[in-house]
Design a protein around this ligand. Structure first.
Ligand code: UFG
Length: 337
C-alpha cells in the first residue's frame, strides 16, 4: 500500500515509519519538524535500508498538504501530526484547536482532493476523561478535561461524521494509553525538546544525570502503593498496532475506535523500580503534591484490538525500561548528538 504519514518524524511516527517500511509499503512522510528531528528519518532509512519520500510542511498549509497528497496518491493516511502537551494546551488553547482540529480538517480536504478515503488517527485514552470504571473499554463515556483532550474528541467526532457520509471511507481511531520505550537498536526514541512532562522521559533523564531528581506527583491515591497507575505500552508494540490498523482499513469501511494498551497497570514507583533494574542506575525521587488533573488509575481493556486487528501487546515494563535506557544512554542529548 501507499502510506502517507503526517508527523512521521516524531516519536510514535518514526517507530511506525520503521514498521511500515519493513512491511514493504511505499511511504511519504509529511512533517514540519516543529517537535521532531530530520535525523530521526535518516536513522530509520539506515535501519531499514529503504528509501521513502519526505515533505517538509505543516498540515495547516492546505495547499502544500493537498499537493503532497495529490502527487503521492496514498491508499491510506496515518495522522500523527499534532500538539500533545496537556499543560501547554491549557495555557495556549487556540494553538491546540488550530493545530489539531483545523490541521485535521486541512488534511481531510487534501485527502478528498487526492481521492484517499482511509485514515488511521492518533487518538488518546484522554477521551475517556475521569474513568468511571476500569478497565476502560471503547464504550466508556467520552469527555475531556483539558483543551488537548477536547481536540482529540473533536477529531474523533469529525472522522465519525466524515465516514457516515461516504460509504467507502474508513477511519481507525487508535486510543493510545501511555507510549514509552524505544526501538531495540537504541537509534530512535523519544526526544522531548523541553523539560519532559511525561514520566518515562523524565526518569530516563534523571538516570543519565541530565536532571537531579524525579518528583512523584502524589502518594495518596487509592492504588496499591499510593502513586498513580497507568497502562504503559511499548512504542514498538504501538507501531505494530498501526501496521495492523492499516491492513484493517484496507478491507473495512466505517469508523472504529480501538484501545491500544496492554491491559496492565503499573504505578509510578513500579516504573522507577523497573527503570533502576534495567539501567543499573539509581533514580532519586521525592514525593510531592498531586499534579492537578491527574487521575488515580487508567488502564485499558485491550480485547477489541485483538478481536478486530489481531494485535496484542507483547512487551513488558522491563523491556520498555531497557529500550528507553538504551536510547537515552546512547543519545544523552537526543538527536542533537
Ligand atoms: N508523573 C510523576 N512525575 C512526573 C511525571 C509524571 O509522578 O514528573 C506521574 C503522573 O502523576 C502519572 C504518571 O506519572 O501518575 C504518568 O504521567 P505521564 O505524564 O507520563 O502520563 P499521563 O497519564 O498523565 O498522560 C498521558 C499522555 C497524555 C494523555 C494522558 C491520558 O501523556 O497525552 O495520558 O491519556 F492525555
Amino acid at each position: 500500500m501507499r502510506v502517507f504519514l503526517t508527523g512521521g518524524a516524531g516519536y510514535i511516527g518514526s517507530h511506525t515509519l520503521l514498521e511500515v517500511l519493513s512491511e514493504a509499503h511505499e511511504v511519504c512522510v509529511y512533517d514540519d519538524f516543529s517537535n521532531s528531528a530530520p535525523e530521526a528519518l535518516a536513522r530509520v532509512e539506515q535501519l531499514t535500508n529503504r528509501k521513502f519520500l519526505a515533505v517538509t510542511g505543516n498540515i495547516l498549509d492546505q495547499m502544500l498538504v493537498a499537493k503532497a497528497l495529490v502527487e503521492f496518491q496514498p491508499d491510506v493516511v496515518v495522522h500523527f501530526a499534532g500538539k500533545k502537551a496537556v499543560g501547554e494546551s491549557v495555557a495556549k488553547p487556540l494553538m491546540y484547536y488550530e493545530n489539531n482540529v483545523v490541521g485535521t480538517l486541512s488534511l481531510l480536504r487534501g485527502m478528498e482532493a487526492a481521492g484517499c478515503r482511509r485514515i488511521v488517527f492518533s487518538s488518546s485514552a484522554t477521551v475517556y476523561g475521569n474513568p468511571q470504571y476500569l478497565p476502560l473499554d471503547e464504550n466508556h463515556p467520552l469527555s475531556a478535561t483539558n483543551p488537548y483532550g477536547q481536540t482529540k474528541l473533536m477529531v474523533e467526532h469529525i472522522l465519525r461524521d466524515w465516514c457516515a457520509t461516504q460509504l467507502d471511507a474508513s477511519a481507525v481511531l487508535l486510543r493510545y494509553f501511555n507510549p514509552v520505550g524505544a526501538h531495540d537498536s537504541g537509534k530512535i526514541g523519544e526526544d522531548p525538546h523541553d523539560i519532559p512532562n511525561n514520566l518515562m522521559p523524565f526518569v530516563s533523564q534523571v538516570a543519565v544525570g541530565r536532571r537531579k531528581k524525579l518528583q512523584v506527583f502524589g502518594g495518596d491515591y487509592n492504588t496499591s502503593d499510593g502513586t498513580g497507575v497507568r497502562d504503559y505500552i511499548h512504542v514498538v508494540d504501538l507501531a505494530k498496532a498501526h501496521a495492523a490498523a492499516i491492513s484493517f482499513a484496507e478491507t473495512h469501511t466505517g469508523c472504529e475506535a480501538i484501545n491500544v494498551g496492554t491491559g496492565q497497570g503499573a504505578s509510578v514507583l513500579d516504573v522507577v523500580a523497573a527503570f533502576e533494574a534495567a539501567s543499573g542506575r539509581s533514580v532519586p525521587n521525592e514525593m510531592v503534591e498531586r499534579r492537578p488533573g491527574d487521575v488515580a488509575a487508567c488502564y485499558a481493556d485491550a480485547s477489541k484490538a485483538q478481536n478486530l486487528l489481531g494485535w496484542q501487546a507483547t512487551r513488558d515494563l522491563a523491556d520498555m525500561c531497557k529500550t528507553a535506557w538504551k536510547w537515552q544512554s546512547q543519545n544523552p542529548n537526543g538527536y542533537q548528538g
